[in-house]
Design a protein around this ligand. Structure first.
Ligand SMILES: *Cc1c(COP(=O)(O)O)cnc(C)c1O
Length: 396
């Protein structure tokens, strides 16, 4: 008879027969046991034909990867520990020393910081283009350009780009160049989440999203995904992911799988509340402009109307310049249901003031302060009342 410690560790276990539960099991591993040396030597880790090591995937992470690929209309998915790590994974997988990266001027801030920090230190340069001007993208592309990021809409100011037009610029450059390493397009698809539009049908090569936002929906987990259709691009992402040692936990994956079930319902419910509040804000005294792609007059509205069928829970308000930054800050502080904090697409509504001029290369036309709102799952009448009482204090 073996020692009790050994008996416990080798206790026979088989998943319960007939236990066809709705939720997939939460599997965790660093070690995965191989049946023999032959299997240890030959089991392929890249193609999901089996399991080799926790970092290379578990039944739980494979299910989430398949579901995210399905939601996005892609074929392959790689999970990363945050949206930002998924973004930097794309940069590291596709860029080498001497390459140039192009980003929209309104790109997600931490992605810009990664380019200015690590990428620059590794000899990879970057430039910004005007996301609303395909001719500007064409003019900014140089012989070293290898990757073009797109974001629809841009962070904070929510301009919706003409994705097919930007993709066409890149394709034309690839054709005229006949380069052995073509320029790739990557979309930060956190806003669309695979619900608002199909990134691959609009022509992008790589779609990345922060699962932290809509797929989770809980404001309690961080995760990111890189989705591709092309097998060779997927293998490039997967190799870089493996070399970097990126992995996600079984418990976090379970949370995202759980949130994913209600994602489409949440997306459309928050879309409706957001449009109602954005439209209402537009009519308030002291508001110069409300930025939301579904509002006529908002930058990129025409492209959004043509290419998208829904909108996420974000809108930004540009206030009249007669209000000082201190007054705008006090307005944010006076909100009771809208909390101050980062991230979005969770249950709680959020807001934050931004200094747009400080985060753009292009001139920002407005002098007044900007506040970005993220609408949660609260009743829209209560949120409107909260905005109304805070506006009253602003005007007092
Ligand atoms: C939140 C966000 C990210 C990063 O996601 P994290 O999981 O917070 O790292 C990237 N892009 C966009 C557009 C985001 O909103």
């Amino acid at each position: 008879m073996r020692e009790i410690s050994t008996q416990l560790i080798h206790h026979p276990y088989r998943p319960p027969e007939g236990f066809d539960a709705v939720a997939p099991g939460v599997h965790k591993a660093s070690t995965v046991i191989f049946p023999n040396v032959q299997a240890l030597r030959t089991q392929e880790w890249m193609d999901k034909s089996g399991y080799t090591y926790g970092l290379h995937g578990t039944p739980t992470t494979f299910i989430l990867e398949e579901r995210i690929a399905t939601v996005e209309g892609g074929r392959h998915c790689v999970l990363a520990p945050s949206g930002l790590s998924a973004l930097s994974l794309v940069d590291m997988a596709f860029l080498r020393q001497g390459d140039e990266l192009l980003m929209p001027d309104n790109a997600y801030g931490p992605g810009k910081t990664f380019a200015a920090g690590e990428l620059a230190a590794w000899g990879i340069t970057h430039r910004y283009y005007d996301p609303l001007d395909a001719a500007d993208l064409a003019a900014k592309m140089g012989p070293a350009t290898r990757l073009v990021w797109l974001e629809a809409p841009g962070s904070i100011t929510l301009e919706f780009p003409d994705i097919p037009a930007l993709v066409a610029v890149v394709r034309a450059a690839n054709q005229s160049r006949g380069a052995e390493r073509p320029i790739l397009t990557a979309l930060d698809n956190t806003w669309g989440a695979g619900i608002a539009f199909n990134a691959f049908e609009l022509g992008v090569d790589v779609s990345m999203q922060a699962l932290t936002k809509y797929p989770s929906g809980g404001a309690d987990v961080l995760m990111g995904a890189v989705v591709t259709r092309d097998e060779a691009l997927h293998r490039q992402v997967l190799l870089c992911h493996m070399r970097l040692g990126l992995g996600v936990s079984g418990n976090d994956t379970e949370l995202v799988l759980r949130g994913l079930n209600s994602m489409a319902l949440r997306y459309h419910a928050q879309d409706a509340s957001t449009r109602e509040l954005a439209t209402w804000m537009q009519q308030q005294d002291g508001v110069v402009q409300v930025l939301h792609p579904a509002l006529p007059g908002s930058p990129g509205h025409e492209a959004w109307r043509r290419d998208a069928k829904a909108a996420a829970c974000l809108f930004s308000v540009v206030f009249d310049e007669r209000f000082s930054q201190a007054q705008i800050d006090a307005f944010c502080d006076s909100l009771r249901l809208f909390k101050l904090g980062w991230s979005w697409a969770g249950p709680i509504s959020l807001c934050a003031p931004y200094n747009v001029s400080a985060i753009r290369t292009a001139a920002w036309p407005h002098k007044g302060g900007l506040v970005r709102f993220a609408v949660g799952l609260e009743a829209v009448d209560d949120l409107r009342a909260d905005l109304a009482q805070a506006l009253a204090t602003l005007h007092a």
